[in-house]
Design a protein around this ligand. Structure first.
Ligand code: GCO
Ligand code: MN
Ligand code: MN
Length: 377
């Protein structure tokens, strides 16, 4: 009976990057364990599982050195698959990190030729996105960082970053595109330190741009955790600023390399509060999974991974709704609210003592929520 609620449909707006299910399991210590999946197959399989759409880097679809004719053929074939399987492309991004040309940065490179090439590559990726119907352009600056600060005054990197982003928003405006940019922060990896390492840093930086209204953020859960931060608070700050343009859902243990684990697979409580936040705030954008199947998996495991991300989201959403209905939890929340609504002004030592001594009963509340998440309530 209840199972029915956990079957994804396009209305849930679940999306996956072509590079996520298509990840071949290569890591710094071992080679690929799976063949690449043709983008049209990904579209078909994800649609079968109930996803709403796919996202892509320019080069996930079209090889960098493709001729114009090849480019058109590949895009046409992909569009046909999208239409056959009723799949959308709400977001595209650009690969400014793989090619050795970007080894010392792309949009922040101190070399003008590299910066110009990066800006033009991003503009072509924006064009491709518009062609596919995308309205969000994610920018993750994987190479925008350093190993040694002897190489560059970081202030110069910010200034190049700003000029490059201004060039992109001016391109979007000049082309009359309905497209917004979402910046994605990550503290490190692949570089020792990446500039603008957190969503908060990006939110501040956006205000210094020519067109801040065209630029928001794409927080990724794993990246906040890599920095030892609470992703729920990061996302909440982005919502508060009206800047949550997109989101990358996955999972991560604090203190590790970028694990890109299946959404909701590791930190059950964190996933619950994140889904609750997105639902409570009526976040209307796609629920985008940016994660990788374990390296141990074959193709069956890849689709188990994708189905697991979506199913987990729906279960957490269900639990969030149950939180709002649970009489014991709600009674406790009301009691806290009554306590906090006290209008007395704290003036005397006695008043302070009273506030200092009363208990908030969060131990009990947290235990109730844990039991709800564990499915025993
Ligand atoms: C990572 C990043 C990427 C970006 C993607 C979009 O850590 O590898 O999360 O997956 O999200 O490249 O540009
Ligand atoms: Mn990541
Ligand atoms: Mn990401």
């Amino acid at each position: 009976m209840e199972e029915k609620r956990w079957i994804p449909t396009p209305a849930d707006q679940f999306t996956f990057g072509l590079w996520t299910v298509g990840n071949r399991g290569r890591d710094p210590f071992g080679d690929a364990v799976r063949e690449s999946i043709p983008p049209t197959t990904t579209v078909k399989e994800l649609s079968r599982l109930g996803a709403y759409g796919v996202t892509l880097h320019d080069n996930d679809l079209v090889p960098e050195d493709a001729s114009l004719a090849e480019h058109d053929r590949i895009v046409k074939q992909f569009q046909a698959a999208l239409s056959d399987y009723h799949m959308a492309v709400p977001m595209v991004t650009v690969n400014l990190f793989y090619d050795p040309v970007f080894k010392d940065g792309a949009l922040t490179s101190s070399a003008k030729p590299v910066r110009t090439y990066a800006i033009e590559k991003a503009q072509r990726a924006i064009d491709l996105g518009v062609q596919l119907g995308a309205r969000i352009f994610v920018l993750w600056g994987g190479r925008e960082g350093s190993e040694t600060d002897a190489a560059r005054d970081p202030r110069q990197a910010f200034s190049h970053y700003r000029d490059s982003l201004n060039a992109l928003t001016s391109y979007i405006r000049g082309s009359h595109y309905d497209m917004k940019i979402a910046l994605e922060a990550k503290p490190n990896e692949p570089r020792s330190d990446i500039y603008l390492p957190s969503t908060g840093a990006m939110l501040a930086f956006i205000q210094t741009l020519d067109h801040p209204e065209l630029v928001g953020v794409n927080p990724e859960l794993a990246h906040a955790k890599m920095a030892g931060l609470n992703p729920v608070h990061e996302v909440a700050q982005a919502i508060d600023a009206g800047k949550l343009f997109h989101i990358d859902l996955n999972d991560q243990r604090i203190g590790r390399f970028d694990q890109d684990l299946r959404f909701g697979s590791d930190d059950l409580k964190g996933a619950f509060y994140l889904v609750k936040l997105l639902e409570d705030s009526h976040y209307a954008g796609p629920r985008h999974f940016d994660a990788h199947p374990y390296r141990t998996e074959d193709y069956a495991g890849v689709w188990d991974f994708a189905a697991g991300c979506m199913r987990s989201y729906l279960i957490y959403r269900d639990r969030a709704q149950q939180f709002a209905r649970d009489p014991d939890i709600q009674e406790m929340l009301q009691a806290i609210e009554r306590l906090n609504a006290d209008e007395t002004v704290i003036r005397s030592a006695e008043d302070r003592k009273r506030w200092g001594q009363h208990g908030y009963a969060y131990e009990k509340l947290d235990q109730l929520v844990n039991e709800l998440i564990l499915g025993v309530r």
